[in-house]
Design a protein around this ligand. Structure first.
Ligand SMILES: [Zn+2]
Length: 237
């Protein structure tokens, strides 16, 4: 199993979470998947970022079994697994407890779409996924966290490509992308959007969502079939 390039990429993605001030201590994890080999690499559980090395990342197969590595994978591995299984279009996942996003999550409120910065990320509020029931927590907390995210997207007819991140009630954000680096980038954006939304509401508590015609214009110029923002091939998750 040659996963060298993916190891380097997922290792760098994990370190970047600290550099971007999204993670302190060991409060987060990044993973990336090799779809051909059917395994993803994820941060080992409880290992500090200072002690992390590419070779210490744990390879997990799509049955949730450790395929390579001696350390235990992140305690959130089952959530990553559910998302990878449900959404073949994603290649990397990030979870953090970044301050502003986690604050919206703890308040059980979606992150409202107030401006065009947000429209470029997704076409509406960043969803706040319901809290799990007592039974779901006791049965399989991390797996059912993934199930709740997927259920939310199904029920609301959302695509994981259009909405590359959520916050979990009382918890924090999960983001994803075509690879681990893109998932980190989306975590950076989501955190900044949460911060901007909070400041916006503080400046004007009466402000409503951005008007639909501006939202659609901004989202489609970056992500629509006739997108013209940036360079060719820039329009992917
Ligand atoms: Zn967490």
């Amino acid at each position: 199993m040659n996963l060298k390039d993916l190891r380097d990429e997922v290792f760098e993605a994990n370190l970047r979470l600290v550099d971007e001030h999204l993670v302190i201590l060991a409060w987060g994890n990044a993973s990336g998947i090799d779809r051909d080999q059917g395994v993803f690499l994820i941060k080992p559980s409880g290992v500090s970022y200072a002690e992390l090395e590419p070779g210490r990342l744990v390879a997990v197969d799509l049955d949730g079994k450790v395929a390579e590595g001696t350390l235990n994978p992140s305690s959130d591995t089952a959530t990553h697994l559910e998302l990878y299984k449900a959404w073949p279009e994603i290649g990397g996942i990030v979870h953090t407890h970044s301050t502003y996003a986690a604050s919206f999550a703890q308040a059980c409120r979606p992150i409202p779409c107030y401006g065009t910065t947000h429209c470029d990320f997704c076409p509406g509020d960043i969803p706040c996924v319901r809290a799990l029931t007592k039974e779901e927590v006791e049965e399989a907390y991390e797996k059912n966290t993934g199930t709740a995210i997927i259920e939310d997207y199904k029920n609301n007819n959302r695509s994981p490509v259009e909405y590359p991140g959520v916050i979990l009630s009382r918890h924090g954000p999960f983001t994803w992308g075509k690879n681990a680096h893109k998932a980190v980038e989306n975590a950076v954006i989501l955190e900044r959007l949460a911060q901007m939304a909070l400041l916006t509401r503080r400046i004007n508590p009466e402000i409503g969502p951005i008007p639909e015609h501006i939202l659609n214009k901004h989202h489609m110029r970056k992500h629509g079939p006739n997108a013209y923002y940036g360079q060719k091939c820039a329009n992917s998750i």
